[in-house]
Design a protein around this ligand. Structure first.
Ligand SMILES: *Cc1c(COP(=O)(O)O)cnc(C)c1O
Length: 359
């Protein structure tokens, strides 16, 4: 068996140790005589898996009892509508920051339910910057402010947290668990699992408890945070296997030293790659230096005619999924928690050789 290095933006790489453990437990889960996939979500085993996953996740991000942790489905994209349906209350307006493709999708969907104020946008720089906070046109009447701390496609990340008077809502799909955050600064945090948590199918919502129970009367039961909270995220059948794997990833993260240690490693990985790109004339990254994502590193080649060749040769070298998003082109290396530093070193060596032979 040869594992290759996977730079996919999502579904993304999982820790090899986690996959090994899952393989060992796949057919007979710890002597239960059946697979996790075949167990009732009401069984003692699954309830324990869910409770342990929640406890470990809370520990990793130091989440207080003021917050509910919900395991739901539908991906981050479903949260684009769940957020306004749960948080608008008797208000009609919501503030949104537009820093890229995922912000835009959240804004579009919220527009079905709310009067959306785009309080700041970096579209004029082709989403290579983050608008300065003092330029944001905040509205007192907004029910909440929504932003995207890491734009997975553009590779733009906030390294500061907006301080606003309304609940702060963050789509953390591609940055969660990559470094410590202060959860207390947020009203709602949500993330699809398939970037930095586990396999697709699971979505995590962290919601301040006082913000629940105010959902719009048209809010579907399945999107209502209160429903999930009241039923320990088991109002209907949860994605049990994804939850189990996410739980293994949380244990793995704790064994690595938690998110503080992940930040050290992630910064080192990102600095190496950006440093190489900046020093080599053959490659370029368009994002302003202060807002460069630790998780998603887009880059272009000096000659776009070589893109196909680059990807084919990378593939042959065991470096997979480096193609950039169709909306921006070029390349993108996603270097989430589970992508080892060795993968980044190997990628840089490959890029060096490619530039030398084609530059
Ligand atoms: C991947 C991603 C999404 C979409 O997630 P789904 O789970 O596929 O709906 C939304 N926002 C961000 C920031 C993402 O990276």
């Amino acid at each position: 068996m040869t594992r290759k290095y996977n730079f996919c933006a999502g579904p993304a790489a999982l820790p090899e140790a986690v996959l090994q453990q899952a393989a060992e437990e796949l057919v007979d889960f710890r002597g239960a005589g059946l697979s996790v996939m075949e167990m009732s979500h009401r069984s003692a085993e699954i309830v324990a898996i869910a409770e342990e996953a929640e406890a470990d996740f809370r520990e990793l991000l130091t989440i207080s009892d003021d917050y509910a942790v919900l395991f739901v489905q539908g991906g981050a994209s479903t949260q684009f509508s769940a957020v306004p349906l749960n948080l608008l209350g008797d208000k009609t307006q919501a503030d949104y920051v537009n820093t890229g493709q995922w912000s835009k999708k959240a804004i579009k969907e919220a527009g079905r339910f709310a009067e959306v104020n785009v309080v700041a946008s970096s579209e004029d720089t082709n989403f290579t910057t983050i608008p300065a906070f003092d330029s944001w046109q905040l509205n007192k009447e907004a029910a909440y402010l929504h932003f995207t701390p890491n734009e997975t496609i553009g590779g733009v990340e906030f390294f500061w947290t907006p301080e606003v008077d309304v609940p702060l809502v963050a789509d953390m799909s591609s940055t969660i668990l990559s470094r410590p955050i202060d959860v207390n600064q947020y009203g709602v945090i949500y993330a699809g699992a398939q970037k930095n948590i586990g396999p697709a199918g699971l979505t995590i919502v962290v919601v301040r408890k006082d913000l629940m129970g105010k959902s719009n009367s048209h809010c579907p039961t399945m999107l209502d945070y209160q429903t999930a909270a009241d039923n320990d995220s088991m109002y209907n059948t949860p994605p049990t296997y994804s939850l189990y794997l996410a739980g293994l990833v949380f244990k793995w993260l704790k064994a690595q030293g938690g998110v503080a240690q992940m930040e050290v490693i992630n910064r080192r990985k990102a600095e190496k790659l950006y440093g190489f790109i900046d020093d080599n004339e053959f490659y370029a990254n368009p994002v302003e230096v202060a807002s460069r994502s630790l998780m998603n590193v887009p880059f272009t080649l000096a000659n776009a005619d070589l893109d196909k060749k680059f990807l084919a040769e990378a593939d042959d070298a065991g470096l997979l999924n480096l193609k950039g998003h169709r909306s921006v082109g070029g390349m993108r290396a996603s270097i989430y928690n589970a992508v080892p530093e060795q993968a980044v070193d190997t990628l840089i060596e490959f890029m060096k050789d490619f530039a030398a032979s084609h530059g």
